[in-house]
Design a protein around this ligand. Structure first.
Ligand SMILES: O=c1ccn([C@H]2C[C@H](O)[C@@H](COP(=O)(O)OP(=O)(O)OP(=O)(O)O)O2)c(=O)[nH]1
Length: 159
């Protein structure tokens, strides 16, 4: 059952469940305050991911985001901590004009074979508003205390 968020009207997002995901649940929020919708693997057979290997896992879903929004595909911390499973392009970007099947790129940075079962919760999708810009090209920029310092210029905390 989808969990309603406390005090916010949800956005409506059009979704197509592809035939190979017909029996799988739509992504849902695990708790009332969860930021991410759990995405599940629409693999027909279990996929074995060897250490160092990466794979594109289908979700069986196509969506049409509302104008001005993106969907960020993010890793699940439990899979990262326990199995070293990360998303190398994290956060993956689903553009509002993308109409293909959502996919999750999974990378096994652990030492053991990782088994991806059909219906397993492999990642989470977070809806976020997207700002657009126009350039104001200038010859110079305003001065700041940081200036051009970066990449550890304030110290890394490591002796
Ligand atoms: O984790 C991801 C990342 C991307 N996509 C889909 C949706 C996104 O809108 C499209 C393009 O993604 P991105 O812009 O990251 O890819 P690109 O390498 O720049 O390819 P393109 O030239 O198609 O934009 O691929 C996914 O399904 N999962």
């Amino acid at each position: 059952m989808p969990v309603p968020h406390a005090g916010k009207t949800p956005l409506t997002v059009r979704v197509v469940r592809l035939p190979h995901a017909a029996d799988l649940p739509l992504p849902t929020y695990a708790t009332k305050g969860a930021a991410g919708l759990d995405l599940v693997a629409a693999v027909t057979e279990p996929v074995l991911l060897a250490p160092g290997e990466r794979v594109l896992v289908p979700t069986g879903l196509r969506i049409a985001l509302p104008e001005g929004y993106e969907l960020q595909v993010r890793p699940r911390s439990g899979l990262a901590l326990k199995h070293g499973i990360i998303l190398p392009n994290s956060p993956g970007t689903i553009d509002e004009d993308y109409r293909g099947e959502l996919g999750v790129i999974m990378l096994n940075t652990g030492n053991d074979l990782f088994r991806i079962e059909r219906g397993a919760r492999i990642a989470q999708g977070v809806i976020a508003p997207v700002e657009r810009i126009e350039w104001d090209e200038c010859a110079t920029l305003d001065e700041t205390a940081r200036g051009e310092g970066g990449f550890g210029s304030t110290g890394t905390g490591v002796p």
